[in-house]
Design a protein around this ligand. Structure first.
Ligand code: ZN
Length: 424
């Protein structure tokens, strides 16, 4: 099996464009089709969890699928049409087929009076109802009269679908990267994150940690995953929930609940040289809510561009393909790579020759620097690593305190380790 590359911004954009039209929800065939497409780029292990399965304090709901939906006026014209945009139907709408007056219908219509040209995104997962979403402008143009309402959906016992992609590392300790797969045609809020996570997964080669990518519906998916992996979450060293990954706003990192987890420090370091915001944890937003619930309290933060609900296009039809920027997606991808390049090499070492400076020359460590344009920096990095490797300080501590680039510090540590002067 060969997998399709996601190397360029154009590749990312193409994947986003393929995923965008699918009608996803927390369950159903839209999620399966999404995972099938992602599976053309990276191998995925698909999990199907039956309706009714108890997961922590929740229960896996019935599976929702939809084929068509519309509101027709008296002339038979579709004035609201699911085929035009899947946002037009409230997610998890129960089937309906009847005629009613506009007055009666209004109780089932959702608009955004403040943004009259946009269609809102609404769901009703846990209380059975039906509804349509439309632009206020469309509603205002509807004359009184009788309308035909039709939602061809099914809500049956079935499954909740999620997927994992694992890149094995040298150690069983894990890093998780999680993104939600439950939003229909919203480009920034979930599709961009899915594409970027897949692209990042492709770039990982022989990592130190084992990387586990999770593609699962928000809330119930994360809860299901945690319920099924409760006995192994202590392996998770760090993680990121990736969402809203392609809008033109600057990057935002939301700290883990712990606030001082390794991932929090690494992100602060990596983001320092690009436009960004760092915010403290709050029990709202995406699946960091579940990973950072007090029973788990994992070192998992959340990387977005403009955060949850922080942009006017959020949860509306304006979160479309034009709203996501290729450059922004490329920058988010670069940030993921830089973050895990630091985290993956960050360790604490012990200087095995801590009394006075060890003689570098006789171990060939000066020769290795000869002729390098960055010889001075490489030498400083060795001296800093030797000095701070007391078992207490990590390489990130060394980089921060010395002001030297992390790459240089990590390279020095490798050379010193190979020369027998450091141990893990
Ligand atoms: Zn959302």
């Amino acid at each position: 099996m060969t997998y399709r590359d996601l190397e360029t911004g154009a590749d990312l954009r193409e994947l986003v464009a393929r995923l965008y039209p699918l009608c996803r929800s927390i369950t159903g065939d839209g999620v399966r089709r999404t995972l099938e497409i992602v599976g053309e780029h990276i191998p995925l292990e698909i999990h199907e969890v039956a309706t009714g399965t108890r997961v922590l304090d929740w229960t896996v709901p019935q599976e929702w699928n939809i084929r068509d939906a519309y509101i027709k006026d008296a002339s038979g014209r579709r004035v609201v049409d699911f085929q035009e945009s899947n946002l037009h139907v409230v997610g998890y709408s129960v089937p309906v087929s009847r005629k009613m007056s506009l007055t009666e219908l209004r109780e089932h219509l959702h608009t955004l009076p403040e943004q009259p040209s946009l269609v809102p995104y609404r769901t009703s997962y846990y209380s059975p109802t039906w509804g349509f979403c439309l632009a206020q402008e469309t509603l205002d143009a509807l004359p009184d009269g009788e309308y035909e309402v039709h939602i061809d959906s099914t809500l049956d016992d079935g499954h909740l679908t999620y997927a994992e992609h694992v890149v094995p590392g040298e150690v069983a300790d894990e890093v998780i990267v999680s993104c939600h797969t439950c939003h229909p045609s919203l480009a920034n809020d979930n599709v961009a994150g899915i594409a970027i996570a897949a692209a990042f997964a492709q770039t990982l080669e022989n990592p130190h940690y084992t990387y586990r990518f999770l593609f699962m519906p928000g809330t119930i998916g994360a809860i299901t995953w945690l319920a099924r992996n409760q006995d192994r979450v202590d392996r998770i060293k760090a993680g990121l929930v990736l969402a809203c990954a392609g809008d033109p706003g600057s990057l935002t990192y939301k700290r883990s609940r712990r606030g001082d987890a390794e991932i929090d420090r690494v992100l602060a370091y990596v983001l320092a040289d690009r436009a960004h915001k760092i915010v403290d944890f709050s029990p709202y937003g995406y699946d960091e809510r579940q990973f950072c619930s007090p029973g788990f309290n994992l070192g998992v933060g959340s990387l977005t561009r403009t955060p949850y609900a922080g942009y006017p296009e959020y949860h509306t039809s304006a979160d479309n393909l034009e709203f996501v920027s290729t450059e922004a997606m490329e920058e988010t991808l670069r940030t993921l790579r830089d973050t895990f390049a630091v985290l993956d090499r960050n360790r604490r070492y012990l200087n095995l020759s801590p009394y006075g400076e060890p003689q570098l020359g006789k171990r060939g460590l000066y020769d290795s620097l000869g002729g390098r344009s960055d010889a001075k920096q490489a030498q400083m990095a060795m001296l800093w690593v030797l000095n701070l490797s007391d078992g207490e300080h990590s390489l990130l501590d060394v980089a921060e305190r010395s002001g030297l680039p992390f790459d240089s510090v990590a390279a020095a540590a490798r050379a010193l380790h190979d020369a027998g002067l450091l141990k893990d």
